[in-house]
Design a protein. Structure first.
Length: 222
């Protein structure tokens, strides 16, 4: 049975809040705030052609379309950057005319304060890995590059593949259920909404809502 194709970028929306995912995919709602604009500018810079180059030992390409059409995945998306490092023991890539080790580099603005990476950032890259491995027949390395710290963080997909794969498949089932039923999930208990650009679409306030209500809501999420 055919499964509905899922855009890789929507996985992060679902992980952050299934209701947000439903508003985007079912209602086609969209709004931007400072966080969204900052991320958009960063990705536009990364996808600029100047970030693609070729040297004697490396080929770096930005904004690469990828996909995996196996029924259990049926994913598509765009990788910020893929590095192809020449290596005699690497996978042969006919289009590039040689053997390469392959690495995904995904750009994000800010790292978390209390851990190496956000789970949602990593899950996005894991989905990209499934696509890149499928296209090139490789087992690529993956890392996040947080622009604020200018540091790369290696992701443990090779040693923990089964764990990440099992969790992704669970998310995809839940996401496709939303698409199939066209039902927007309810807000999760304890969900923090102050940074969400769709907050006003999610629970629009009445015209006479007080400033005090806004302050109390923000305080409850601290």
């Amino acid at each position: 049975m055919d499964t509905q194709t899922v855009n890789i970028r929507s996985i992060q929306h679902f992980m952050y809040c299934p209701r947000r995912y439903g508003l985007l995919e079912v209602n086609d709602d969209w709004a931007e705030n400072a966080f969204v604009v900052m991320a958009n500018i960063m990705h536009e810079n990364v996808h600029n052609a100047k970030h693609s180059f070729t040297s004697q030992n490396k080929i770096v390409v930005s904004a690469i379309d990828v996909y995996n059409d196996k029924p259990e995945y049926n994913l598509f998306g765009v990788c910020d950057c893929i590095e192809f490092n020449r290596c005699n023991n690497g996978v042969f890539i006919e289009k590039l005319g040689g053997n390469f080790d392959v690495k995904i580099v995904e750009y994000k603005p800010n790292p978390p304060k209390d851990k190496e990476y956000y789970e949602s950032d990593a899950m996005q890259v894991f989905a990209q890995k499934l696509c890149v491995d499928y296209i090139y027949g490789c087992d690529c390395d993956c890392c996040l590059y947080y622009t604020k710290t200018k540091k790369r963080v290696a992701l443990p997909f090779k040693s923990e593949f089964d764990r990440w794969n099992e969790q992704l498949l669970k998310y995809l089932i839940q996401m496709r259920e939303v698409l199939a039923t066209q039902r927007i999930p309810q807000k999760r208990k304890g969900q923090k909404c102050s940074g969400c650009s769709l907050k006003d679409y999610c629970f629009p306030k009445s015209a006479n809502a007080s400033v005090k209500d806004e302050i109390m809501e923000l305080m409850s999420e601290v």
